[in-house]
Design a protein around this ligand. Sequence first.
Ligand SMILES: NC(=O)c1ccc[n+]([C@@H]2O[C@H](COP(=O)([O-])OP(=O)(O)OC[C@H]3O[C@@H](n4cnc5c(N)ncnc54)[C@H](OP(=O)(O)O)[C@@H]3O)[C@@H](O)[C@H]2O)c1
Length: 241
Amino acid sequence: MRALVTGASAGIGRAFATALAAAGYAVTAVARREDPLTGLLAELGPGHDHLAADLATPEGVRATAGLLAGGGYTVLVNNAGAAVHGDFAATPLDHSLAQLDLNCRAVVTLAHAFLGAAEPGAALVNVSSTLGHTPKPGLGVYSATKAFVTALSETLWHEQKTRGVHVMALCPGVTATASQDAADVPAWLVQTPEEVVRRAMSALAGRGGPVVVPGRGNAVLTGVARLLPRRTVLSLLGSDR
Ligand SMILES: NC(=O)c1ccc[n+]([C@@H]2O[C@H](COP(=O)([O-])OP(=O)(O)OC[C@H]3O[C@@H](n4cnc5c(N)ncnc54)[C@H](OP(=O)(O)O)[C@@H]3O)[C@@H](O)[C@H]2O)c1
């Protein structure tokens, strides 16, 4: 059994790589920086490999898609993603477009390569966010990319289930990783990457989905937000702006 994890060198992706290796998968770990990837492989032991690739570039996506299109992968975790904070109009356009490339374009291309070669029993996990349900002012493009990932995953879940291929949108809330400043967030709402991945692995085993929101607090808040008027949710989430 082989699994490819993008953004595997840190945070949620690293926790996925570790959990999948422990579950018996041979892991291909993908990220930009070589050093953290080789550090991860040293921890995982023999039988795993890595690819240094920038998934915000066509070359990086092509190299990674090439591996997947060759077949033999049972699991793809499309995890690499980035968020640019700030008012949209005041943010350089290039920063927003790079987010689209990584969070959407790479996800679509890798999903397509994986599903084209996937056998029954295979699984695709697209890491989205609770912000895909509840867009946050100051994170407009990021929230929109995650809404895209969730919607895409839901339709793929439906399309692929007759083939026996499982698709999941994993929608974490605030997770304590290097790229996430959780200082202002109540501790009961913050999860560790390991907690997020434990929930994802159990949902994968039970073929749960198509949308998995780890953490009771996140599930409750997302459910409540759906019942509130949209402008109320925007005011609450944008209260710091
Ligand atoms: N942390 C949260 O609170 C949270 C909440 C909801 C959803 N999420 C989502 O969960 C996923 C992982 O987030 P995280 O917080 O675990 O991230 P993280 O700790 O910042 O780690 C990001 C990983 O992605 C890799 N990466 C970043 N840009 C890349 C690129 N252009 N090409 C290839 N790899 C790249 C990084 O390695 P290199 O720098 O070496 O490339 C690293 O391995 C993302 O999709 C994020 O949107 C996170």
